[in-house]
Design a protein around this ligand. Sequence first.
Ligand code: PLP
Length: 466
Amino acid sequence: MKQYKYSVFTDKIEEGIRKGLLKPGDKLPSVRAIKAEYTLSTSSVQSGYDYLVFRGLVQSLPRAGYIVAASIDSEVSSTALNAIPRDSVFREKVLLTSNRLEHSEQASLNVATPADVFIPQKLVLKTMQEVIREKGASLLRYYPNNGSNELRDLIASRAALYGTTIQADELVITDGALQALYIALASITSPGDIVAVESPCVFSILEVFASLGLRTVEVPVRYPNGLDIEYLAKVCADYTIKAIVVTPNFHNPTGLLLTDEQKQRIYNIAVEYNVPIIENDIYGDLYFEGNRPSNIRSFDTKGLVLTYSSFSKTLAPGLRLGWLAAGKNFSKAERVKFSIGRSVSPINQEVMIKLLNSSSYDKHLRVFRSKLEFQCIRLIEQFKVSFSEEFKLTYPKGGYSLWCQLPISTDVDLFYKSCEKEGVYFTPGDTFSFTDAYDSCFRAVFSQQLTDEHLNAIQRIGKVLR
Ligand SMILES: Cc1ncc(COP(=O)(O)O)c(C=O)c1O
């Protein structure tokens, strides 16, 4: 069964473009013609065209329908197979996505960290002092290689609260989520192997693939439903995929959340092709409504899912505290962890233990979630009133970021120059792929403190582009 009704015609257009039968500038059938040919509703046809526009393949011309915007060089599943050396761009991208130039500097809307004002600084620093008083010199020794047993127990018990079975003795405490990903990949892949990953995908994850010498196949994340699962199945059929790396809960950069049914389908594909899933759940606690979403791990009966997360996005990135539930790959994972830094700083582990043992972490999460949601809504509203109707954006239900696409006719250089002039920064789309599919997209982060200056700046940028 097709996941999207519109793929009956979007697949054909995509294929036509790929085979060179449709060339940039060629006029595409009207919405009415497609409706009649495929017996689809207007909204399905519209969504299909939106999707092609979002992918940068098709351009929408005001009152003149759709034309082909770009050519695709090679076959679908091989377009994204890349091992592009990224060393030359690394420094620049690190600056764009994570660093602040000075300790005191306010970050702009390009940095996916909690704003200083959203970190419960007093709570963390007070807890640190208590820990130092109580534990004294024992904090200066090596802690167990895989982390404190108490912390591992606490993480496993928290996961059980939202239906995810994680055993304390399969957990490796890591220096943040990125290290957990590194350990997971290094445990189950070798240089030259191919991994499947969402596209767009946050730069830091792509960088881990590059440094491990892995090749990637990028699987599109489509708005509004998220990962294209049929595409993933095709990729697994066409290639020997050694791992599927996904962020099912509030994916960075789109903020999209997969349903339980979608998680189950991804798991079924992994079972069918016997491919491990490496599941990133770093944003799972940051939902805006309802209950805490599940993990693909909750569907795992065969030990195929390695789940990881950290407290970087929910509490403070400077604690450098994350974890990997390595399952049957635990022995390999603990060796990799040992080789890249033995154990995580004891003081930070003890701080986290103290916070998780009290109600203060959950209290903080409740407040933080509502602040994130408030800022997300304000940012979306500001984009909508400031930019033209062809400007597209996602509507996240949690997490940190939304994904925006400038109308195809936008002068992208002018956009970034205006951002620079106004002092408001977004993360450029090309950061999120080894391909150039997202040149007209950008990520806007709402975990930084959104000020009136930011909002006014967005309005002025919108005016320049109109
Ligand atoms: C999806 C995702 N994974 C991992 C990381 C890195 O997390 P950590 O600071 O815990 O290594 C980030 C943020 O930078 C992220 O957005």
